[in-house]
Design a protein around this ligand. Structure first.
Ligand code: GAL
Ligand code: MN
Length: 376
């Protein structure tokens, strides 16, 4: 039962208590003893100091009741709000898992402006990709250059590739080397083959890098196209550290260089001299890509290698070498032939760069080395 109390209490001047005048109070929550005292005392003490004290007591009492009500209301609202937030979070998470339209990562860029996916852990369902890929019965070639002292990386490279690279698919390792006798004897799993391709012992380490493109172009036209559907080209001074599968395959896939992810194009280490074929103006460029890991169909990799080899040859005739060797020409090519997949730095990491929070997997990592010792 609800009643308007103060306004009906005769001995009190209600006008002196404007804020309490219309206060609704549950009759059950009232302190009946106090009211009885107020009723009785008021007859004797109207107009006295005691009366004022009693009125104050009454005020406090009613405020207490009021506060209790607000506290209950507030706690209920907060609880309700928490339930709503939790439920909507739960629902949106479920949508992310089930819907093929919603990316599951919001802390990283997952799509380029030309609508190529950026491949990060948590943005795709590998089971789906793998099942789709299997239907094509495709073969994949992995190209590496193990020239001079770089053959020392082969053992770890191949052993980890056997564990993590394209599991369950037909793989051909293509090893360019000048030291075939240094190739370690590693037992390969079923459906995995190793090919040794004789290469020149290029004098300068820069030439090993520049000549990669011509070698890929030539050997693709001669051999690779007969044996594989996709080609992956990587550095040799690396090892696999986690799953690398068909999520990297598409027409053309290039990896964002770990040193330039999220950086502005003006700090990219593109070739900036106009005389070079690899020249990129300051106001152009999407990403700075690393040439330590790229992939594509045989046709796309052939075209890329051919165009880059031509640029390198033209530069050579002009007596100029691009700042980051074949990687500069590679970046120039990709500026005008956008990759259909962009690989996150998960695919070329270096532990010297630590572990930023956005990096959930280190799939392919640099092996520490002494540059001077290995190059000379
Ligand atoms: C370095 C890397 C080089 C080259 C360069 C580009 O970190 O070792 O191979 O990619 O970045 O700025
Ligand atoms: Mn390297």
């Amino acid at each position: 039962m609800i009643e308007y109390q103060l306004s009906t209490r005769a001995p009190f001047s209600t006008s002196s208590l404007p804020s309490l005048e219309y206060e609704k109070v549950s009759s059950q929550s009232c302190d009946t003893k106090l009211h009885a005292a107020l009723e009785g005392d008021s007859e004797h003490f109207v107009g006295t100091r005691s009366m004022t004290i009693l009125r104050k007591m009454e005020q406090v009492k009613i405020l207490r009741v009021k506060c209790k009500k607000y506290a209950v209301l507030t706690v209920t609202s907060v609880l309700l709000l928490l339930v709503v937030v939790y439920t909507s979070f739960h629902i949106s998470n479920n949508i992310n898992i089930q819907s093929p339209y919603v990316p599951r990562r919001t802390d990283v860029n997952v799509l380029t402006t030309w609508l190529a996916p950026v491949i990060w852990e948590g943005t795709y369902d590998y089971e789906i990709l793998n099942e789709q890929f299997k239907k094509g019965n495709h073969s994949i070639g992995l190209i590496i250059f193990a020239i001079k002292k770089y053959t020392r990386f082969l053992k770890d490279f191949l052993a980890t590739a056997e564990l993590y690279f394209m599991q369950g698919h037909r793989v051909h390792y293509y090893i360019f080397t000048d030291r075939p006798q240094d190739i370690p004897n590693i037992a390969l799993k079923e459906n995995r083959f190793l090919h040794v391709i004789r290469s020149k012992p290029y004098k300068r380490w820069q030439d090993i890098l520049f000549q990669r493109m011509k070698n890929i172009e030539t050997q693709t036209a001669k051999q690779f196209y007969k044996e594989v559907d996709y080609l992956v080209s990587t550095d040799i001074d690396m090892k696999f550290n986690d799953h690398v599968g068909v999520e990297v395959l598409g027409n053309l896939a290039a990896t964002i260089h770990l040193g330039f992810y999220g950086k502005h194009r003006t700090i990219f280490s593109y070739e900036r001299r106009q005389i070079s074929e690899a020249y990129i103006p300051w106001n152009e460029g999407d990403f700075y890509y690393s040439s330590a890991f790229y992939a594509g169909t045989v046709k796309e990799i052939y075209l890329l290698a051919k165009v880059c080899a031509e640029g390198i040859e033209k530069d050579k005739k002009k007596g100029i070498e691009a700042i980051w060797h074949e990687e500069s020409h590679f970046n120039k090519y990709l500026l005008y032939h956008k990759p259909t997949k962009v690989l996150s730095p998960e695919y070329t990491w270096d532990n010297n760069f630590g572990t930023p929070s956005y990096l959930k997997k280190k799939r392919f990592i640099a092996v520490p080395k002494n540059h001077n010792e290995i190059r000379n």
